[in-house]
Design a protein. Sequence first.
Length: 454
Amino acid sequence: MIKTSFINPFSSDAKEIVSNLGQIENLDKENETLITIINYTRGQLFGHEMNLPKTLKQLAEKKFEWYLSKKSDKFNDKEYEYLFNPEIYEYDIVSFYLLCQAVAIGFGPDSREAKQVVELERDLIDQRLERLKAEPNDFQSNFLRTTLNQLIDTNNIYWTDLKDVIEMGEFDLNNLLLSKGRLIIEYEDFIEEYGELIQHRDPRSMYEVTGGLDLKSNLLKSIIMLHTKQYIQTVAKMAERMIEPNPLMDNLAENLRNIQEKAQEQKYGSRGKGSFNDNQPVSYEMEAFPPCVRKCMQGIKSGGRNDAIVLFLTPFISYARLYPGIFSEDKNMKISEVDPSLDITLNEVIPMIYDAAEACSPPLFKDQPQEKININSKLGFGMHADLKLDHEGETQWYTPMSCEKIKLHMSSLCTPSVDCKKIGNPLTYYNRKRKLMKRNNNNNKGEQVNNNGN
Ligand code: SF4
């Protein structure tokens, strides 16, 4: 029997589970029942490299990893099959609260990570409900009704009560059935309202087409997303009064940061390393990014978001990918000279800049969507909302700012490392570091060959 807490972490049962299992001293201890559930999950892939979770904290980390890595082409859903085993529900609930608390304390309620945890919960529920479709229609209907009624009264709810839920953007107000402002969710209400109008058709099918299970699923998902967002906000507020957060939370937040970095590298970096013809597009090598760029990529948490993303990061990210050797030549470039179809620009450069903008606190485009136009402008495509070849040349493709200017205008970005010595520009740092890394790699390979006696 699937428990409602497998879907809804805000039920009274779920809260009881947290008070029984959620003692802080147990969160980082190996949990035999959790391990057994995972080991007996049908279809689960096993292997050392998978690092299957043994503790509740590790389960929270794995959920975050699942959410981030499922967008990569290397993703194998069978590595995370245990997340869809209904028997895991108690541990899933505790790890849910752990994850919310870690992002609230470690990153804040407006952070990219907070938004990702809300979306993670949505995607998890989505896939779990998808699997529920294998069950008979009656079961699904009853299950959704019970779970939804833990959160709202499905026979008596007005759209105005759900304004915040609708704003989450998971469904459109125009697609809802309303009667004098009351939302028609259940079959009996549907029949009472529209039964007389339905002729020569099966009322049940009409109900399913106009709302039915899909409406209930979307409603449930959206309400849980809203509750998750609000819970993160509440924890963040409480954390402001905390003298010192629990070290476990700090450690979990740090691990989430590492997972985030690793996922970004998988998404953008390190394909086809080793070529040093820098007057053409070359794959990103994020390990070679200078400290200022890394800091900016993690999101600007205080003032100066606009300049950091538009003036500093946009030129760096675009030249690093498309033409890292720009300073070895004295010429003005256009992006189309190296990326004629704009494929790389649209699919790699822009997403990486947008990711960093999203990671700002608050996310840059949330209150300043016009900055997308400024980004296009700095890439040389004029002041337009769409990045189109027709507009290229209306503005200039900005070259990356010098270290001197960064220190002067965005001093908080510059936290020099030893490799910054005698460097005049972050792009020069990047090119030099890539060459050093390649040389070290070659030396290591040489040593290995020697040690093997070949
Ligand atoms: S010295 Fe230059 S490259 Fe190094 S962190 Fe500062 S701005 Fe970036």
